[in-house]
Write a protein that binds this ligand. Structure first.
Ligand SMILES: [Zn+2]
Length: 445
């Protein structure tokens, strides 16, 4: 027997109150409680505004935050609901809706901007009406949870065949272009060939074959991983004209153009430019003024271990979260953009939330360590990552494995200069804490 909506909502709201009383984060538990009682609990909610969702392996959180910022800056906008903390499964989104709904499950807002895990798109939007879906990319990610990337793509593809949502799709990812149902028009976004693009596949990537006729895809160039200008020589798959293309990229002055208009952003990594292109395309579907979009691009502050900078008097360290090879390769590419000596800290954990299998580190491309004078490895799998880097041909004498994070932080800061840190999912917060402790202690002296 299914409980009436009213009862479920009441139970969920009580669970949220209980969370707050015991000082627990209510970001996931109330939704989880309802899910335990009724797997279709999301049917309880009714939303009276457009729902915009962002999905894909990498860049969901940033892209969602940009869109939230842009919608919130609209002159008549009173309420934008978003899951900024990244609770992006059905239980997390259920908790968010519980927080904002009345006792009848009704949600009144101007826009709902949601980050949604790829595997949960069909689950969540079976019950909520989706107006716009942004799909950034599909890479191999946490295999234990998602299964092979192909299974995941097929799930989303199947869902989209019966959805009337408008689609904002990455024109340069063969795993994404295929999501556009036959006969339907999608809004494609892209970034023009940039100076770091290559003729050969440079990092491990998915999607080397045409999903329709299985011929090997031909690439004009690769931007990073399997993202680039591709085409199937046999059936023509990939011949799409992007509606938005970022052009005239100027890394020195941190600016670029879209449709002839100038934009600036502090974050100019190629993968980040793709996110910006997606944000622009989605915002334009809602006729948002370019000035508001550029304001968001300019002001945006990434933190929480995503391109976060830590400074001492004589050194600077840039920390970036990496949950998969592509994420790690992005940071290594950035490291390679700079001249002069650098050091790298790599923190690898294998807790449940990371996926217990750390074999993805073997897909990271460590062959570009041009100026790296030292690598410190840490985390519960400090030795695994050290071995991996040694096997890439890097001088073992320069690798220092230190499982204890405080000691690792002290080691990386024992010399001055530019530093980079990569940490996987559960390693990010402990790494931030250790770096902050080190810097605070150092400044106190
Ligand atoms: Zn083909």
């Amino acid at each position: 027997m299914k409980l009436p909506k009213l009862v479920l909502i009441a139970v969920g709201k009580l669970a949220a109150v209980a969370c707050r009383l015991v000082g627990r984060d209510a970001g996931n538990f109330p939704g989880l409680a309802l899910w335990t009682i009724d797997k279709s609990f999301l049917r309880c909610f009714s939303v009276d505004c457009p729902v915009i969702a962002v999905t894909g392996t990498n860049g969901k959180t940033s892209t969602t935050n940009y869109l939230n910022k842009i919608f919130s800056s609209l002159p008549n906008e009173k309420c934008v609901i978003t899951n900024m903390q990244g609770n992006n499964l059905d239980t997390g989104i259920g908790s968010l809706l519980l927080h904002h709904c009345d006792m009848h499950g009704r949600i009144h807002a101007d826009h709902l901007v949601l980050e949604v895990d790829e595997s949960h798109v069909p689950v969540i939007f079976k019950y909520l009406k989706l107006e716009t879906l942004v799909v950034l990319n599909f890479f191999r990610d946490q295999l234990d949870r998602n299964g092979e990337v192909e299974t995941l793509i097929l799930k989303v593809q199947k869902f989209l065949e019966h959805s009337d949502a408008q689609l904002v799709l990455n024109a340069d990812d063969p795993n994404v272009v295929r999501l556009c149902p036959k006969g339907k028009k999608a809004h494609f976004f892209s970034v023009e060939k940039y100076e770091g693009a290559t003729d050969e596949l440079y990092e491990a990537g998915e999607g080397k074959f045409c999903p329709f006729c299985a011929a090997a895809l031909e690439y004009e160039y690769y931007q990073y991983s399997h993202i680039g200008r591709f085409r199937c020589p046999r059936c023509g798959y990939g011949d799409v004209t992007p509606e938005t293309q970022i052009k005239d990229i100027d890394f020195d002055n941190s600016c670029f153009k879209i449709n002839g208009e100038a934009f600036t952003s502090k974050y100019m990594g190629i993968y980040h430019l793709y996110n910006l292109s997606a944000v622009y395309t989605a915002a334009k579907l809602y006729n948002i003024d370019s000035k508001l979009i550029n304001d968001a691009f300019e002001d945006f502050q990434v933190n929480n271990g995503r391109m976060e900078v830590f400074r001492t008097s004589d050194a600077e360290l840039l920390l970036n979260l990496a949950k998969n090879p592509v994420g790690a390769n992005m940071t290594l590419r950035l490291l390679n953009q700079y001249k002069g000596e650098e050091q790298l800290l790599f923190v690898l954990n294998d807790n449940v939330a990371d996926g217990l299998d750390v074999s993805w580190i073997w897909d990271i491309n460590f062959s570009i360590f041009n100026n790296v004078t030292k690598v410190v490895t840490s985390g519960t799998r400090a030795y695994d990552i050290a071995v991996r880097i040694k096997y890439s041909g890097y001088d073992a004498q320069k690798i220092v494995p230190i499982p204890d994070l405080d000691a690792a932080a002290a080691e990386i800061f024992s010399t001055g200069g530019r530093k980079f840190a990569i940490a996987n999912y559960t390693a990010v917060q402990p790494t931030r804490a250790a770096l902050t402790r080190y810097i605070t202690a150092k400044e106190a002296h």
